[in-house]
Design a binder for this molecule. Sequence first.
Ligand code: GAP
Length: 436
Amino acid sequence: MQKIVSLAKRRGFIFPSSEIYGGFSSCYDFGPLGAEMKNNIKRSWWEDVTRNHDNIVGLDAAILMSPKVWEASGHLSAGFADELVECQNCHKRFRLDETKNSKCPECGGKITEPRKFNLMMKTFAGPIEGKATQTYLRAETCQGIYMNFENVLNSMRLKLPFGIAQIGKAFRNEINPKDFVYRTREFEQMEMQWFCHPKEAAKWFEFWKEERIKWYSNLGLKKENLKPREVQKEELAHYAKRAVDLEYKFPFGWKEIEGIHNRGDWDLSNHSKHSGKDLKYFDEESKEKFFPHIIETSVGVDRSLFAFLCDAYEEIKGARTKTTEAAKEIEILLRLDKKIAPIKVAVLPLVRNKPELVKKAKEVHQLLKPHFTCQYDELGSIGRRYRRQDEIGTPYAITIDFETLKQNDVTIRDRDTMEQERIKINDLVKILKEKL
Ligand code: GAP
């Protein structure tokens, strides 16, 4: 894992937050390439749910909500708490499920009796800190969806079954954030809530489980590294009747990256009870009035990005090119799917000490920039530059050479096969669009 963490920092994917002050509490910042990749993942998810499926609309609700939301949702009670233990020797804190035989996982010391620790992050909305202004940073984005269930239903004139999708930040005061961006206190979720007739909930659960597995494989995640796991009754979250975790094989083991939950009528019925507002759905045809059941798909952006990075990372001993001095080294290749690769096209003049080549390469860069996320690079040997692009997963590299000046064509190099083909500059945008 350390190799991926170091690549992520070295090449501008992920940096520790507040690094000049020694970092802060397992918080991370996404660098230029990380931000592009994150946006690509979010765009792909958003397009998949809102365009490739019928009857799903988007929402962007506020992070801060009335604290009453969290009372009703059950997040302020023991249901949304981890069992905290402390090592009596090194005084490090852990979740009970991270320890074995009442021993500290780090030094083997004896641990204290577990006590419940609520994960909601408190804050104050207003200048005076007190009970009246206290609220919470949202712990899951979906509560904003339930708050707007009626607004969306009425304004969009929807009929069951339908979905509401949202992407946004969530916060949890995790006892032991760890494993890089796998478990952090601030993270981003992509959640879709599917409202359906109670009798159809089991059918839709299966449907969404399969759809979500397809999404990962469409983005190139290796099939053998993703598996669904039925969550056991005793592990279920307080709101769930059934849950399946989609687990990815990280370097530190199989771990959840997404949860598919059957939340039944937990949320709508509790919010109805606490707010006094009837959130039942009236079916015009059957004249039935009932709480729709909810099938939820919930994935962390940061966690899935980490999984995509791990999955794409490859080291080639001795390197793939045998013709240059690079052959002696270890070559890093990031086989990211084209849809999520942060840079789509690199533009490289063969050498930088020929002004006519550099001028032409800059023209090609200007031509491509409005269409693709491009990077222009003229520093170092062409072999080195190809490898720098391979390392960040750029699918195509365009080289401007002496032939270009005569023929007005360039070479396109494929990251994975290293094959090169010559293309007329006039056809370049069209061909790259087809390839990408
Ligand atoms: N609304 C349901 C819900 O929040 P969850 O299983 O607690 O369910 C869903 O979280 C997803 O959110 C997880 O599968 C994970 O990808 C992401 N996630 C949850 N806690 C996280 C954390 N502390 N750090 C990073 N991602 C997290």
